[in-house]
Design a protein around this ligand. Structure first.
Ligand code: FAD
Ligand code: NAD
Length: 479
């Protein structure tokens, strides 16, 4: 038998690394096994830091700056002559940011006394984990508790198999070395829209093929409609009800065959991104006698405290039910470490915010108007457009709106939705308010700094009761 730990974490992404750091902080002897090698170097941080949240946001920010310089600076009276881009430099900056953050996790491990074991982990059952190092002989670790955090992988579809750097998944699309003239994307989900935005801003002609007839079904309908209008204006050609039936590469060009309204169509592109969702990754994670069960969709089955069917074995992040989001994974990691240490933590799954990092950003928390309708709850709605917000106009960012849904009887805020510049930061104000059980009136009575984008939140809360100051009141019919 090899080394002994209180806690062994398998997977060093947001779920795993947060769990490991918290467990060590709570005095538990902790190891984290991570097998990832990124650009020839062993790396912590998982999908999020290496090929997900961080590199995509680095490219979104770079491409947004380019887009602004080309299209928006002139509105501020700034002329830019001979504007050009250097994709290689953009990629180098992205890689630098990734490296800084992944090395930061390794530093945090050292500072907190977490042992990083570089290699593959497999939970064998009976408080043992097999560790196969990147180099050297396997070792059987014994431990009181195991946290499984092996994450997710892109779903592949047989009609469009990945091919070198031409038909790619999200990781491939984050590594393009030049701007594709024509870019096809299968899937108008979060990845399709974010990566489509990056390359469209840099000059690609982007076509997104979405199998479903509805656009962004998880988003409040009014906000989704606004998003569709703005994306179209930005040149994203989203084709709904488009079912891809084949994709072939010939002489560097991809021909995509798809069926739209029963008619077979073709699309020729230089690169094709397959972004049709992700699935839990559990390959070689569990030995045959582990006793850990998966649900019918391949997620590890856990209870409300992320414990599997085996006492003392937990699972967090993308391999368990719930949204595949880094912040959800991290908070589950912390929750589990605290459970192991004997605390009694809770995680409010109802108030996990979601963001699509396009420009403008789309962000929401809680119920949409459709949710309130479907649940048969009486509700009221307040909407405020950024075109009437002084700070947004000063910044030349007039697009979008804030929407608040409140309970008609109790006035409690049920949901907040925004499409705007910096909607990510705005939605967090709603999360804080909703965590404290705020009503629309609570937000109405607060003093917001002026001028601020947040004033739109204040005004949307006022609009819930038709009391907004900076838009005309809704006409209420007198009976
Ligand atoms: P992961 O981050 O996938 O980490 C799991 C780790 O476990 C991996 O590094 C893997 O190598 C390792 N591993 C697996 N099996 C083993 C094993 N047997 N032994 C050792 N190691 C193993 N989410 C957001 O909230 N915001 C965003 O902006 C965002 N942007 C994204 C952009 C893209 C392009 C993608 C693909 C995803 C994005 N996500 C975003 C989702 C986010 O990346 C995931 O929700 C998050 O990484 C999940 O964390 P995790 O710890 O569960 O898994
Ligand atoms: P997604 O589920 O968001 O979108 C996939 C889209 O592909 C859906 O609209 C689906 O209808 C469509 N689709 C599925 N099969 C298809 C087919 N055969 N042809 C055409 N369309 C098809 O998945 P994603 O965009 O791949 O993202 C994966 C996960 O990563 C998401 O769960 C998301 O939470 C996470 N992520 C989050 C962020 C963020 O928080 N900003 C960013 C990127 C990724």
């Amino acid at each position: 038998m090899g080394r002994t730990f209180d806690v062994v974490v398998i997977g060093g992404g947001p779920g795993g690394y947060a769990a490991a750091i918290k467990a060590a902080q709570l005095g538990l002897k902790t190891a984290c096994i991570e097998k990832r090698v990124h650009q020839s170097t062993p790396a912590l941080g998982g999908t999020c830091l290496n090929v997900g949240c961080i590199p995509s946001k680095a490219l979104l920010d770079s491409s947004h700056k380019f887009f602004e310089a080309r299209n928006d600076f002139k509105a501020h009276g700034i002329q830019v002559k001979d504007l050009s881009m250097d994709v290689a430099l953009m990629q180098q900056r992205k890689d630098k940011v990734v490296k800084q953050l992944t090395q930061g996790i390794s530093t945090l491990f050292k500072a907190n006394g977490v042992q990083w074991l570089q290699g593959i982990g497999q939970y064998l059952g009976k408080k043992t984990v097999e560790f196969r190092p990147l180099e050297g002989a396997p070792e059987t670790l014994s431990c009181e508790h195991v946290i499984l955090a092996s994450g997710s992988e892109p779903i592949s579809i047989p009609v469009a198999p990945l091919q070198e750097d031409i038909i790619v998944d999200s990781s491939g699309a984050l590594a393009f070395t030049e701007v594709p003239k024509r870019l096809g994307i299968i899937g108008a989900g979060v990845i399709g829209l974010e990566l489509g935005s990056v390359w469209a801003r840099l000059g690609s002609q982007v076509t997104i093929l979405e199998a479903m007839d509805s656009f962004l079904p998880m988003v409040d309908k009014q906000i989704g409609k606004e998003a569709a209008k703005l994306y179209r204006k930005q040149g994203l050609d989203v084709r709904l009800g488009a079912r891809v039936v084949g994709a072939q590469v010939k002489q560097g060009t991809v021909t995509v065959n798809y069926v739209e309204a029963d008619i077979e169509q073709t699309l020729e592109v230089d690169k094709l991104i397959v972004a049709v969702g992700r699935r839990p990754y559990t390959e070689n994670l569990l030995g045959s006698g582990s006793g850990v069960n998966l649900d019918e969709r391949g997620f590890i089955f856990v209870n409300a405290h992320c414990e599997t069917d085996v006492p003392g074995v937990y699972a967090v992040g993308d391999i368990v039910r719930g949204p595949m989001l880094a912040h959800k994974a991290m908070e589950e990691g912390v929750l589990v470490a605290e459970c192991i240490a004997g605390c009694k933590p809770e995680l409010n799954y109802d108030l996990i915010p979601s963001v699509i990092y396009t420009h403008p950003e789309v962000a929401w928390v809680g119920w949409s108007e459709e949710d309130a309708k479907n649940r048969g709850e009486p509700y009221k709605v307040g909407v405020f457009p950024f075109a009437a917000n002084g700070r947004a106009l000063a910044a030349h960012e007039p697009a979008g709106l804030v929407k608040i849904i409140a309970h008609k009887d109790t006035d409690r805020i049920l949901g907040m939705h925004a499409i705007s510049t910096q909607a990510t930061e705005l939605v967090m104000q709603a999360v804080v308010a909703m965590e404290f059980g705020a009503t629309a009136q609570d937000l109405q009575l607060m003093v917001f700094a002026h001028p601020a984008l947040s004033e739109a939140l204040h005004e949307a809360a006022l609009a819930v009761d038709n009391k907004a100051i900076h838009i005309a009141p809704r006409r209420v019919r007198k009976s």
